[in-house]
Design a protein around this ligand. Structure first.
Ligand SMILES: [Zn+2]
Length: 316
């Protein structure tokens, strides 16, 4: 990216994860002008510590980009958890158990004097894919973020559908097995327990092959390599993954009749191993007119979907 003479309005996005904070800035054409990843420090685990950290990071990035590209006009934040969108309050975040109704929106706004937009990380990823990724040019699509768990987003008529309470799009918590594995949300048999890293771990734990450990840090990579070489158990694991994802997606497609499914998150890289099983379920469980022409696409932004999506929360 070359510096420009023209002064542009810039949007800053932050994706606050359990181990890293990603920050990026987009120009008016939704092109990236900078991107950084910083580790979460112990002091960031408290509410006041995180507030200071964010103010400091925003200041640093502003000093970096303002002289070259333009002025920061908004800040968007994506974070996993239950979020009160209207008040900008993080009711609960799985990665920050010490926080209790953290008033991030109001607090940050008063410090940095810019509009602040907050949403959960999966809605942010959906917004990112909509404006800058695989959903670009689409009026409507659904998005699954496949990682440790399963996040989701519903994009309808050029907007993320957030629902009455801001809780829409929890696609990972659709029931796919009525008496299935218990889920952290209180339900059982949620999609998240099958089509995620947690799901792969459970599959390995239940089948207990001698040469695979559920807690291996590289489990998905090892399983994907073995499946690609024809290992039956690993192939079955990804087929099961795709089957459950297809069952859930068929329900969503019957409900919404959209023609695009975007798969984001780290495990979307294993798509070639589960896509056929996913498609099969979609075709057998949704109306022919619904499933006809449905595209299943890998997200275009990789692990930057959340951060760039956070940057465009104000327009999505
Ligand atoms: Zn659940």
């Amino acid at each position: 990216m070359t510096p420009t003479e023209e002064i542009m309005n810039l949007r800053l996005g932050m994706d606050i994860g359990g181990t890293n904070i990603k920050v990026g800035v987009l120009d008016e054409r939704f092109q990236s002008v900078t991107f950084h990843i910083r580790p979460v420090r112990e002091t960031d685990r408290s509410e006041s510590g995180m507030m200071e950290r964010l103010v400091e990071m925003i200041g640093e990035v502003e000093r970096e980009v303002s002289p070259r590209y333009g002025i920061l006009t908004s800040v968007g934040i994506g974070i996993a958890g239950i979020i009160n969108l209207r008040e900008g309050i993080i009711t609960k975040s799985p990665n920050f158990p010490l926080w209790n109704n953290m008033a991030l929106g109001v607090g940050l706004r008063s410090r940095i004097k810019l509009p602040v937009f907050i949403d959960n990380d999966a809605n942010a990823a959906t917004a990112g894919e909509a404006l800058c990724g695989s959903g670009r040019g689409s009026d409507h699509f659904i998005c699954y973020t496949l990682g440790t768990g399963v996040g989701g987003g519903i994009y309808l008529n050029h907007h993320v559908w957030r629902g009455v309470d801001g809780m829409a799009g929890e696609l990972g918590h659709m029931t796919v097995e009525p008496e299935g594995r218990p889920c952290n949300c209180g339900n059982r048999g949620c999609l998240e327990q099958y089509a995620s890293l947690q799901g792969l771990k459970r599959f390995v734990a239940e089948h207990a092959p001698a040469d695979l450990q559920p807690d291996d840090r590289d489990l998905p990579k090892i399983m994907a390599e073995r499946a690609a070489k024809g290992d039956m158990l690993c192939r079955q694991a990804f087929e099961s993954f795709g089957r459950y994802l297809g069952i859930a997606a068929a329900g969503m497609l019957n409900a919404l009749n959209v023609k695009k499914v975007v798969l984001s998150g780290g495990l979307s890289n294993t798509m070639p191993l589960f896509l056929a099983a996913m498609r099969k379920e979609i075709h057998s469980r949704s109306f022919p007119a619904v499933s006809q022409g449905v595209e299943i696409l890998k997200g275009g932004l990789g692990d930057k979907a959340g951060v760039y999506g956070a940057a465009v929360l104000d327009v999505s």
